[in-house]
Design a protein around this ligand. Structure first.
Ligand SMILES: [Fe+2]
Ligand SMILES: [Fe+2]
Length: 320
């Protein structure tokens, strides 16, 4: 099933949502990667670092349910937007469905490492269920806010190789692949919002999206910190050591929070669009990284990764 238009086709369509900065020749291509067999070798799989590992583990727990929510949010609007955006929503849905599937497997491997992630899962379910009770425009604006947070974190982890330095190789590839697709589809929810609110006043649009972002960014930070501290406790680190270690990691060491603060604040500018920054070079960088790693494994005569040898039916069976 070919959902991607040709570059020429995409470039000749003029979007109705005229404030969009999405590149006309952007192609969103779901890459059906499979990491189901990528067991987590070490509990502290990121460079033996308990704080970095707990940070990415806590993030991963949110993905299966969170990404299903994004899919449901955009599905509601698919038939009400122009054809180019319809195709992008379809590709977005495919990408997020695969991410959700792969992070479900990653989370199962966390359980195999004796982590109890049930409290983190309950926390994300609580947030998602609360948003689901709101009107449909709230689903859309919540999705575009979280997509912005995801995209700036994605850009950070690709641009700064320190994040996955000495991480388990299969997990590093999983995260780089996911990050690259988050960058690729970062404008889809936003463009859907621009189209659906094209008759609203600019102030109303700005006020609603910024109010949501303030609330969501605060809740996201608070809940992820709680999740990280929960996982650290299970890893034998609690009290001031856990707090100080997390603060050091987030703001001083690899500093994912500090380094994404400025891109987060950009969202509050009137007229902001996720593609104000065209960072497609990061997608190519991530792809070259994990493709090179796969080829190195094959060249070395090691067992071929499952993604290269399983057909689609086998892959789906494997993760069911
Ligand atoms: Fe995703
Ligand atoms: Fe996404």
């Amino acid at each position: 099933m070919d959902i991607a238009p040709t570059a020429a086709q995409a470039a000749t369509e003029i979007p109705a949502y005229n404030q969009s900065a999405t590149p006309a020749d952007l192609l969103i291509r779901p890459r059906n990667r499979n990491f189901a067999s990528a067991v987590i070798d070490r509990r502290r799989w990121v460079d033996g670092d308990p704080f970095a590992s707990a940070f990415f583990n806590a993030l991963s727990v949110t993905f299966p349910e969170g990404e299903i929510f994004f899919i449901d949010s955009l599905k509601k609007f698919r038939k009400r937007v122009p054809p180019k955006l319809q195709r992008e929503i379809r590709a977005f849905i495919q990408q997020e469905a695969i991410h959700s599937r792969e992070h479900h497997c990653f989370n199962e491997h966390l359980k195999d490492c004796d982590f109890d992630i049930s409290r983190l899962e309950q926390a994300i379910s609580g947030v998602v269920n609360r948003i689901r009770t709101m009107p449909e425009h709230a689903h859309l604006v919540a999705t575009l806010c979280i997509e912005h947070i995801t995209a700036i974190l994605a850009a950070e982890v690709i641009a700064n190789p320190k994040h996955f330095e000495n991480a388990d190789e299969q997990q590093r590839k999983l995260w780089l692949w996911h990050a690259s697709e988050e960058i690729e589809h970062k404008g889809v929810a936003y463009d859907t919002w621009l189209h659906m609110t094209k008759d609203w006043s600019p102030f109303k649009c700005w006020f609603i999206r910024c109010s949501f972002m303030a609330k969501i960014a605060f809740g996201f930070t608070k809940n992820r910190a709680r999740g990280v501290l929960d996982l650290l406790r299970q890893d034998g680190i609690s009290g001031p050591r856990a707090w100080l270690g997390l603060a050091h990691y987030a703001f001083l060491g690899k500093a994912p929070f500090r380094r994404t603060l400025w891109p987060l604040l950009q969202f509050f500018k009137p007229g902001f669009h996720p593609w104000d920054i065209d960072d497609r070079a990061l997608i190519r960088l991530a792809e070259s990284e994990y493709e090179a790693a796969i080829m190195a494994e094959v060249d070395a005569g090691s067992e071929r990764p499952d993604s290269l040898v399983l057909d689609k039916t086998e892959r789906i069976k494997k993760v069911a």
